[in-house]
Design a protein around this ligand. Structure first.
Ligand code: PEP
Length: 227
C-alpha cells in the first residue's frame, strides 16, 4: 500500500519539519509513505518528494526550480501531471511528457496523475478511459519507478470522492494498460479510506486536504497497514 500526502500551497518549512517529526513516530509497516510539501519546505528526508520542478538542471526559468535545487535535498521523488498544474497552470500533455522523460532519465520515482473533468465523466466510462489515455501520451508505462494516481478532477478538493463503484470500474479499466501501482485521489478522508483501499486494483491513495492534519494522516497510514 502507498499513502501519499500532497500539501499543495500549504505549510511552512517549520510546520513541515514538525509534521515529519510527528509522522515518523509511528511504524509504517509495509506501507510506503510519501509527503509532497511546497518547494519552500523541501527537506532532506526519504519521505519527501517535490510537487513540481522544471525539466532542467538549472537555467533561466524564473519562478521554477530544477534538478540542481532538488539535488541539494537529495530529492528523488516527484509529482507530475497533477490536475491543478494541468488546468490552473496550463501544462500541456507535451510538456508533461517532456518533464516525465527528464525525471525518468534522472531515476526519479514519479507519481503521475491522471483524471477526467466532470463533463467527461458524465459521458460514461468509455469516454473517461479515452480521456485518461490522452493523458498518458508520451509516458513510458513500463517505467519501474512509475506510480499512477487516478484523481477525477471533480473529486479533488470538493469533499465528495468518487463513488466506490466508479473507483472500482475505472481502476479496473486502467489496470488493463498499466501494470504499475495505481493510487486513487480525490477527497480521501478518514471516513472513506478503508473502503477505498479495499477496492481491487487500488494500491494506495494520494491525499490532499485531509493530509494537512498529521494526526489524521497517521490514522490513515494505520488503516492502510491493516489492509
Ligand atoms: C490532490 O490534490 O491530489 C487531492 C487528492 O486533493 P484532495 O484530497 O483535497 O481532494
Amino acid at each position: 500500500m502507498i499513502v501519499a500526502a500532497n500539501f499543495k500551497t500549504n505549510k511552512t518549512r517549520k510546520e513541515t519539519v514538525e509534521y515529519l517529526k510527528e509522522l515518523e513516530k509511528i511504524d509504517f509497516g509495509n506501507v510506503k509513505v510519501a509527503v509532497f510539501p511546497p518547494q519552500s519546505a523541501l527537506i532532506e528526508d526519504e519521505l519527501i518528494g517535490a510537487q513540481n520542478a522544471y525539466p532542467t538542471m538549472s537555467g533561466a526559468y524564473t519562478g521554477e526550480i530544477g534538478l540542481e535545487q532538488l539535488n541539494e535535498f537529495n530529492i528523488k521523488r516527484i509529482l507530475i501531471g497533477h490536475s491543478e498544474r494541468r488546468h490552473i497552470l496550463g501544462e500541456s500533455q507535451e510538456f508533461i511528457a517532456k518533464k516525465f522523460d527528464f525525471f525518468k532519465n534522472n531515476n526519479f520515482e514519479i507519481f503521475y496523475c491522471i483524471g477526467e473533468p466532470l463533463e467527461i465523466r458524465k459521458k460514461g466510462i468509455e469516454a473517461v478511459v479515452e480521456y485518461l489515455k490522452g493523458q498518458l501520451i508520451g509516458i513510458d508505462l513500463e517505467y519501474e519507478k512509475l506510480i499512477v494516481a487516478y484523481e477525477p478532477v471533480w473529486a479533488i478538493g470538493t469533499g465528495v470522492s468518487a463513488k466506490l463503484e466508479q473507483i472500482q470500474e475505472t481502476h479496473k479499466e486502467i489496470r488493463k494498460f498499466i501494470k504499475r501501482p495505481i493510487l486513487y485521489g480525490g477527497s480521501v478522508k478518514l471516513s472513506n479510506i478503508e473502503d477505498i483501499l479495499k477496492i481491487e486494483n487500488v494500491d494506495g491513495v494520494l491525499v490532499g486536504s485531509a493530509s494537512l492534519d498529521v494526526e489524521v494522516f497517521k490514522e490513515m497510514i494505520k488503516k492502510a497497514k491493516e489492509i
